[in-house]
Write a protein of this length. Sequence first.
Length: 421
Amino acid sequence: MTLRKQLAGFAISALAAAVSMQAVAGTVTTDGSDLVLGTKSGLTLDASDKSFGFKLGGRLQADYDSFDGLYTRNGNAANEAYFRRAILELSGYAFTDWQYTLNYNFANEAGGGDWDEASIAYTGWKPVSIKVGRFDPDFGLEKATSSKWITTIERSSIYDLASWVNDRDNGMGIQLQAKLADSFYGSAGLNQPEDSNDEDGQDDVQMNLRAVFAPMHEAGNVLHFGINYADRGTDNSDGRLRSRLNVRGVTEDTSANANGRPFDTGGVADAYENDTAWGLEAAFAAGPFSIQSEYMRVNIDAQSGSGRGDREATGYNAQLAWTITGEARGYKLGKFDAVKPSNSRMGAWEVVYRYDDIEAEESGFGSTDAQTHTLGVNWYANNNVKVMLDYIMAETSDPSYNGAGVDDSGDAISARLQYAF
């Protein structure tokens, strides 16, 4: 039996155990500290003195996309069903101040599995903590929010302009975090992607900085502002910028009909170096209503003597969400969290609209842009099950880069069934 099959079997067994134990909880008496068993959110086991503990959780997201127009090469409709994520999560703490996280994703895009996170953190220097290992760098509000609790199936296309700002890329990193007075959050991190050496054999290093000020920071009462910066050295980059325009299925579908990434500037081998990205974020929530917006600016330097111009990309989004049944979106300093249904029979119902606008240009070589509208409805059946349905409309100013006859607009319907514990 292969390791992947063994891990898959373990994941299924753990999921079954978590489901079967939803109603079981209590205190186990031992010769040391008593152990407190919880099953309200995953499976937790903690020493009563909080010196040791762990949580077993996970998420399974089954997606379906139907799309046409610019999302396909011939303009006709195509569709794809796939597992977006199948993550088994183990986290815990030891000796009070040491924390660990091991998250394994059995459903990555390449068809195999990989470590979503494998990190160790020390929290004994409050209010500062330090984390080392493999994890996603910190950049942006929507990226900071867990994929379990984002309000649309896919995050905004502005993140595609610099996907590296949040990409661990199977590398290693170190990050400092600090929280002050319940209103200030900051992080600074260095990451080294796997196989990221420059032409001289030196390691390429990525730096991320994020700062958040949230004078209002409770569920249903949020005022949030943030700023982000990221920089990386990339000798001999092709400078390519591309986006799926909020439909993941265009790359999950390997048929000739799928258009891959319908927004694509193309690249020029070994013509670029050094990427920088700036980001701004803001959010406001009052009861069941929330509004949030982000802006990103990306610069890619042309190599001296390459004959190319510097590339610049900008993007922004604006999102409105309303929980019809009255619940507020959860909030933890720096990010939004779950909507928890107040009625166990009806669940919570939420509607959302988001507008994305992205543009890329190269000095002396022209530009292209794309706009995307996403209208969605979410049903939180309970604290574990979530059903999502999105309708996406996209258009671009220059579809010719993907071949003659490609449409300049397209529509998509996306659906997701999620179980998280």
